[in-house]
Write a protein that binds this ligand. Sequence first.
Ligand code: SF4
Length: 311
Amino acid sequence: MKPFKYLYGPVPSRRLGRSVGIDLVPFKICTYNCIYCQIGKTTQKTLARAEYVPVLEILEEVNRFLKEETSAIDYLSLAGSGEPTLHSGIRSIIEGIKKITSIPVAVITNGSLLYLEEVRQDLLEADVVLPSLDAVSPETFSKINRPDEGLSVKKVIEGLEKFRKIYKGQIWLEILFCRGVNDSEDELSIMKETIDRIQPDKIHLNTVVRPPSEKWVLPLHETEMEKIRDFLGEKAEMISGFNRHPSSALERDIKEEVLKILKRRPLSISDLSEGLGIPEEELDRHLKPLTQERKIQTRIFSGSVYYEIKS
Ligand code: SF4
């Protein structure tokens, strides 16, 4: 099977079942540079929309994938190595996919560009949109998301509210909590009021479970997450462990697959096993030589061992 350039997976996830990711922007172009980002620091922070990768090539890959893949897929997810709504052709991609398959399309976005009318219009045909909103006060927004200077949290929230008014599909809002950054009572109380205005269908609560972009960033404990869930009400559920930017590989050269997936972000052996569909014992046989060859290294985070590309 010829490798795919823009598609990865299927990746099993609690939010989207078995989903195939489609990478719409090269690593690592984003409107934010989140302190907890699992795939590394943003190298090109921008609000400029462009056809970062050719629409036709993406649709050709989706077509080929659908012909080659025989197992059931729950979602085709537009996400990847940065912010997918920066791709100016996202509407053509969604519409193009809809013409060739009935598999639902999900957009995993940081929601920052929804203040633009064109972006709101572009996403209308998606079946589910999963925006994030980690902060509602300007200070916390700057601290956690480190946005492009042309963005303000007011703009982001207004964009989400406007999108809710015109979008008929599901909105699953994700909040990722970092200890001592966006978990204060004040922040949570304004967050609750803001969410009431945005009216998402679900609220997904996440915390830092994989090595973050900044080493000082820490997760919340499960009991603290439960308290927040109870405070935010019945739409809220915990999804800790969900990868906002998941990745996997379709090729069968296991060492190559491991290196490719680790280039995106550090992973534990169970993540690798889940993402690549390979038993941990088998993976272990490949991880050891890769470590000895000094291609990868281990790093301890929150008591767990993660593998990453050797720096
Ligand atoms: S977590 Fe997502 S939104 Fe935040 S910097 Fe990483 S790619 Fe961008």
